[in-house]
Ligand binder design. Sequence first.
Ligand SMILES: [Zn+2]
Length: 447
Amino acid sequence: MIWTGRTRGHDRRSARAVSSFFWLFLAFLAGCLGEMPLAMGQLEKNQEPNLTALPLGTEQITAGRVTATISFLASDELAGRETNSKEFEIAAAYVAARFRGAGLEGGGPDGSFYHETKVRQSRVPSDTVLLQDDGVPVAHYGLLSTGEQACALRGPVLDVSLESLQSPDADLKIEQAEMARSTPKLERSDRAGIPILLIPSAVGFPGPIQLNTSAMIQDDKTMRNVIGVLRGSDETLQKQAVLFSAHLDHLGANPALRDDSIYNGADDDASGVTAVVTLADAIGGMKERPKRSVLFMTFWGEESGLLGSKQFVANPSWPLDQIVANVNIEMIGRPEGGARGKIWMTGWQESDLGILMSRSAKAWGIEIFEHPKFSSMLYRASDNWSFVERGVIAHSFSAGSLHPDYHQVDDEWDRLEIPHMTQVIQGLWLGSLPILDGTQTPSKAAR
Ligand SMILES: [Zn+2]
């Protein structure tokens, strides 16, 4: 049996359609979140923390440095930092370079700055031949998916075009077609065994046809989380670590879009990565090292389902039960109305980390709070969740809104509020100081 999805002329992005599942899912997520006003006490617009009182190292966190970092990470030259792209590798090399510059050691299994995973990647072959019974080739745009092995199939054509899906027996077809289409590029291809062909509407099918296609083309690709460690100064406490993290990947580009085709992901999550490397500078620059060790990490594959962080927790290069807290940073560049310099934490009720950090940050005029909507809603929506699943106290910290540019090509760095972001990065550090120096240890909420 041969499956076809007839397409119109403008719809022939067969290669990209394989990953369309994520785009649709993420668009859905964005669609159900509205703007909501904040009811919290407001930090006055001009109220700045008293910088003279701040610990040594804070001078590393400046608007200029934040701008330098984020304007590179979110540049068009990095093409949206899609996992599995050359530009993503460049971004990872940049983060590793920044970690070296901050005086960190490599935190990977072999002492390098990379925690690596080999991932099988699959591509559809381009040599598909489709013939009618009389040997005449049928015009087609190519395959959406194929199997692990070469196949030669002969049989009737099943139309899975939109029009045919109105028919009573459409459910099964939709389910099977969806299953094949939704297979991520980086997962094993044997879940997508049903060839789906894109055939122009103009082609008619007089009878059974013959499909000859090669096996899915597969190769192993090395994917990289970047990890650096600053050893704690206390002989006992240095075995424990606080982990600052953010995802380095974003959605890449869509060549079918005119004008701007690049999903720069400035807020999501170049802003978080900027925080991580800037915190490495600040904490690495402290006169006295924290007593606990500090891990700094960026992940691949977050946008494809937290893949990089899942790989880390499955094969950790630092014992997970010695990570006292994961401060994962997501979207801190565009505050909600009236929330300048304010940070909300996801999963607020799950541990006392938010309370401990808010107490400490408050002394410098920065508020960390429970967002009435997003704190519970987005607890599972980023890489912190991979750690939560393994029993680690792990939360995401955000100081942004789910703005209209979320997951759009307009998520550009010049739309961010850099002074706000700078203040937030300072706040995350100041908030975590008592945990870094071992005077406080977060614990999970009693159940
Ligand atoms: Zn994100």
